[in-house]
Design a protein around this ligand. Structure first.
Ligand code: NAD
Ligand code: DAU
Length: 352
């Protein structure tokens, strides 16, 4: 079959990656090669609905494996890379920083090297390397102000330091080799298929199970929440229309303290589960704070709206209701993740 373009999407079996893969697959002329090592965070069940699409290919490849990455460029001759693969959880980065250096820094540079080697003969004509990054590279805000594309980098966790390093390498490859790159730095995502180590899916899981809801410190830390499907449309927009060498901040204009957010989630779920109002909130438990915990993140997303015409489309009320409904309607997804059964999906689906 002839396709108009081929994209390597890294980390496509993860949370945001699976929504991004699905987004690009909507165009039958786009062939998507999902490149994922299937770490604990990679789950092919996230993509069961598209696994047999004619324009979808899965490649189990570790992005730090230079030979395997070079083989992908040789075999698929991609027009672009949409790079999401990463170690993504701050708490894990505190326990094991080197895993974050390995994938987020070395893996990104391995991809950059392969792109330059494969594409430079044609002078990079029609090519694009898009790095999906995080607002955490900017550090922490106090009560006022927003992160913008010109905010200086000040990462505080090993995770954000590794993402900052990878951003710098991507930008440096643009300046040094002329690689046509684009970057975006996004705020906290929420939605379906989110691994239950992160705040919102962990709380949903624990509310269902009537387990304690651990709030770090006093719970007065603020995050700016964006529905993951809105992030996927933003990624498609930046990939298609972002200017080479540019960065775009992506956010939801939607700030919540952790404590207020968990109270809201408890109220939404009490109603959906037919529990008495206030019942789930009794599970809230204050626990030891995260070291180096950033006080507040908030994105000024006006550049992407002004220049590329993207803005969030899903209200928090709607997005949270859709998220809770998805988890309540898909208990087997959560059960497979918590039991570890999801890790056998690759063998079942792809091995003889
Ligand atoms: P995730 O942890 O859910 O998924 C990461 C994916 O990368 C997994 O499928 C995993 O198997 C894969 N992966 C990890 N190491 C790999 C390696 N060495 N080689 C190949 N694949 C590997 O992450 P997510 O939350 O979907 O985040 C995706 C990207 O978006 C990350 O780069 C993250 O920094 C960024 N981001 C996330 C958020 C958020 O709120 N989750 C916000 C802004 C930016
Ligand atoms: O801002 C973008 C970032 O958002 C992404 O780059 C990261 O990949 C993503 O994991 C997320 O990072 P956070 O550290 O903000 O997300 P997390 O869900 O781990 O925590 C959200 C907030 O909730 C944070 O202030 C810590 C707090 N928290 C988290 C957990 C897991 C709790 O209070 N209790 C918890 O059990």
């Amino acid at each position: 079959m002839n396709f108009r373009e081929t994209l390597l999407i890294t980390g496509g079996a993860g949370f945001i990656g699976s929504h991004t893969v699905r987004r690009f697959l909507r165009n039958p002329q786009t062939r998507v090669v999902n490149v994922d090592a299937l770490t604990y965070a990679g789950n092919l069940e996230n993509l069961v609905d598209v696994a047999h699409a004619p324009n979808y290919v899965f490649e189990r490849v570790d992005i730090t494996d230079a030979a395997a990455v070079a083989r992908l460029f040789d075999q698929y001759r991609p027009d672009g890379v949409v790079h999401l693969a990463a170690e993504s959880h701050v708490d894990r980065s505190i326990a094991d920083p080197m895993a974050f250096v390995r994938t987020n820094v070395i893996g990104t540079v391995t991809l950059l090297n392969a792109a330059v080697a494969a594409w430079k003969a044609d002078g990079f004509a029609g090519k694009r390397f898009y790095h999906i990054s995080t607002d955490e590279v900017f550090g922490a805000l106090c009560a006022e102000g927003f992160f913008t594309e010109t905010t200086s980098y000040s990462p505080n966790s090993p995770y954000s330091a590794s993402k900052a390093a990878s951003d710098h390498f991507v930008r440096a490859y643009h300046e040094t080799y002329g690689l046509p790159v684009v970057l975006s730095n996004c705020s906290n995502n929420y939605g379906s298929h989110h691994f239950p180590e992160k705040l919102i899916p962990l709380m949903i899981h624990n509310i269902v199970e009537k387990k304690p809801l651990p709030i770090y410190g006093d719970g007065q830390y603020t995050r700016d929440w964006l529905f993951v499907e809105d992030h996927a449309t933003a990624i498609e927009t930046v990939y298609r229309s972002g200017a080479p060498g540019e960065t775009y901040c992506i956010g939801g204009w939607n700030e919540w303290t952790n404590l207020d957010l968990v109270h809201l989630l408890c109220a939404v779920m009490d109603e959906k589960l037919g529990r008495a109002a206030g019942e789930s909130a009794q599970l809230i438990t204050f626990v030891k704070d995260r070291p180096g915990h950033d006080k507040r993140y908030a994105i000024d997303a006006s550049k992407i709206e002004r220049e590329l015409g993207w803005k969030p489309s899903v209200t928090f009320e709607e997005g949270l209701a859709r998220t809770v409904d998805w988890y309540l309607n898909n208990p087997e997804w959560l059960a497979n993740v918590t039991s570890g059964a999801y890790q056998q999906y690759y063998e079942k689906q792809y091995l003889p």
